[in-house]
Write a protein that binds this ligand. Structure first.
Ligand code: MN
Length: 326
């Protein structure tokens, strides 16, 4: 795929003509997930849809893990010891359960269903994530956003936001980043982004106006959802190419369907991703790893019961940039 494929957006004057628009074809690819154990003695397994061979990014979204519903008495829940991040933001969004977050800024927060927790790593931050003893079922998504080069060293930050649910056409929408269905999240992003949970009633169908400059990904948590004509199953990510000014979501099941819609303008930079780091070169990654192992740059997490995570060994093959040039 190359940039030349992106079709120029047609100008429209005189207001929307929704009846006409709905018939336009939207190109949707279905990306399947792979199971990834998070590591540790009683490790939970997540379903990863980004990055994968066919696609590294959707907008600046560069990582999508989907997990649960997990009975924590069986899986052991989540217990991720202090670990570093650079060049990215982490987005935690839960459907069920509770996670205790601590970071090297001194933030101590509880991640709860329907509430955005956004951590900006900037040049370097570290955090721990542990499901709380109150949690019986853990279920949610863990997402990362790549920071653009000019803002890669942005101030480290931790933000919390609980969006008001918006109701429309048999759906309940929580917009945690960007704008959708007439609702705009107050949380600042570094590139144009969209992040929203959309819950559809049985057999409900919904058409949403979207930014034609965006590409979108619909992660289906529960149910079977037809995204602008293409069926997307549970734990799959439907990728809608840029150029669509509306997306249609149709729940093809007799139960509630739950989805997370991600979007953004295509990220124009190549990135190097390794472990918990995003850089622009292999040297960036080697330096970040060394700084973590030697106790520099990422600060210290207070209050976690246990040792920080050591970085894995670097691969013997060179770290290659991914993203724009595919
Ligand atoms: Mn993390």
């Amino acid at each position: 795929m190359s940039k030349a494929e992106t079709k120029p957006v047609e100008m429209r004057c005189g207001g929307p003509a929704d009846g006409e628009r709905a018939t336009e074809a939207v190109r949707v690819d279905v990306l399947t997930s792979r199971d990834v154990p998070l590591g540790g003695p009683r490790a939970m397994t997540v379903r990863r849809t980004l990055p994968q061979r066919a696609r590294t990014l959707i907008g600046a979204w560069c990582f999508a893990d989907h997990y649960g519903p997990d009975d924590v008495s069986v899986t052991g829940g989540m217990d991720v010891a202090p670990h570093p991040h650079t060049g990215l933001q982490t987005v935690s969004w839960l459907f069920s359960g509770e996670i205790e977050h601590r970071d090297s800024l001194g933030s101590h927060a509880f991640v709860r269903p329907g509430e955005l927790n956004l951590m900006t790593g900037g040049h370097g931050i570290s955090h721990s994530e542990v499901s709380t003893p109150r949690t019986t079922v853990l279920h949610g998504v863990q997402l990362w956003v790549a920071l653009p080069e000019a803002l890669r060293d942005a101030d480290r930050d931790f933000q919390h936001h609980a969006p008001e649910p918006v109701r429309a056409d048999g759906a309940e929408i929580r917009v945690f980043l960007g704008s959708l269905a007439g609702h705009t999240s107050p949380v600042r992003t570094f590139t144009p982004l969209l992040g929203a949970e959309i819950v559809l009633q049985p057999r409900a169908a919904l058409t949403l106006a979207v930014d034609p400059g965006f590409e979108h990904g619909l992660l289906v948590d529960q149910g079977k959802v037809r995204l602008s004509g293409t069926l997307v199953g549970r734990a799959e990510l439907g990728y809608a190419h840029p150029g669509a000014d509306a997306l249609t979501l149709a729940n093809e099941s007799d139960d509630i369907a739950r989805t997370v819609l991600l979007g953004g303008t295509p990220f124009e930079e190549e990135i190097v991703m390794w472990w918990n780091f995003i850089g622009r070169s292999a040297e960036d990654i080697v330096q970040a790893r060394q700084d973590w192992m030697e106790g520099r740059r990422f600060g210290e997490v207070q209050g976690y019961d246990g040792a920080p995570l050591p970085a894995p060994e670097l691969p013997t093959v060179p770290l290659k940039p991914r993203g724009k040039r595919r």
